[in-house]
Design a protein around this ligand. Sequence first.
Ligand SMILES: *[C@@H]1O[C@H](CO)[C@@H](O)[C@H](O)[C@H]1NC(C)=O
Length: 399
Amino acid sequence: MSTLELSLPFLLLLLGLPGHCGAERRREGADEAGSAWGWPGLQRLRERLSTAGAHSWRYWALLSCQMWPDDCEEDGQAAASRLGQTLTQWGQRSLDILTTWYCSFQDCCNGGDCRISNNFSALESDLSVRLHGQHLARELVFRAVKGYLEMPQPHKALALSFHGWSGTGKNFVARMVAENLYRDGLKSDCVKMFIAVFHFPHPKYVDLYKEQLVDQIQGMQQHCSQSLLIFDEAEKLHPELLELLGQHLERQATEDHRTKFARSIFLFLSLLSFSNLGGSVINEAVLKLLQAGWAREDITVEHLEPHLQAGIMESTESGLGHSRLVKENLIDFFVPFLPLEYRHVRLCVRDAFLGQELPYSEEVLDEVAKMMTYVPKEEQLFSSQGCKSISQRINYFLP
Ligand SMILES: *[C@@H]1O[C@H](CO)[C@@H](O)[C@H](O)[C@H]1NC(C)=O
């Protein structure tokens, strides 16, 4: 029907599309950094379209009667009413089409921003099923992340500092957080992982790195209502970068009453295990507790935190302890990752076989787990590489 074909340009004219949409979005991005980019604009557009559909059909009917008198032979009122119904139906359908089309390249869906999934049950399940031997990290990370994201109006970013030996699961947990909070995980626009020696390798370029880092953080916070920043090898970050991050975490805490606040989670991953004195503070503390007869699962954060803080402050290899991040309590939680024992490594081996859908036997699990080096020399209690490179190691045992 020709009237319907003509109604699209008519409605678009009425609403001033598409310039209206673009202008709206730019304003949105500028002063409402916290909102899902573009979504409120679309909501308003939808409302206006609905209003237009409901109120303008009479004028539309008159107009069409003038243009196509043949359609207007019968009672004008009935025709207008029928046309009104059609137009309203058409309006509804076209709204849905428009929404789908708009969302195919914007990042919204019915719940808001599609890029953000915040699936807490999946995060909880991943942390308890896929992560082995880390009862403290499991609890702390889940509670901190969920608590922060469910807070109605957080006043600062959430900053967590992960500490532990290599292969104990710091990266693994950071990835789990990314995957369960964001549709595209680490690839999301709202997630960025920095690896100190890779992204900021040369001290002489630190000014450039600072500029880039500020741009990246601000860009993300403008376009994402919730961003996740992961700093791997945080113990190797240049002191000036740490200072900058400190300023950033601090500034958000004080400026939040003026600008709409975008949630951000900062994860700092540090090895901090081989201090100049040798050995890891966490490992030493855990070893002492185990030797004193404690069950691993009964070890609490309170047991480890003083050792951990002291270790971080005293470490001469890293600027972390002397940065304002630590000194001014900008880190919300220090998360200890415990050294892994033989039974945990065995579970990682099993997961590696399951993950590649390969058959395995109990003997093979033992064989692979035995390939790791266990320390200290006498007790042979902790795997020195944690669960690192297990998936490569199982290749030796494939049929
Ligand atoms: C959360 O993740 C689980 C497991 O991946 C999935 O089955 C469930 O549908 C997800 N829930 C939501 C609300 O997306």
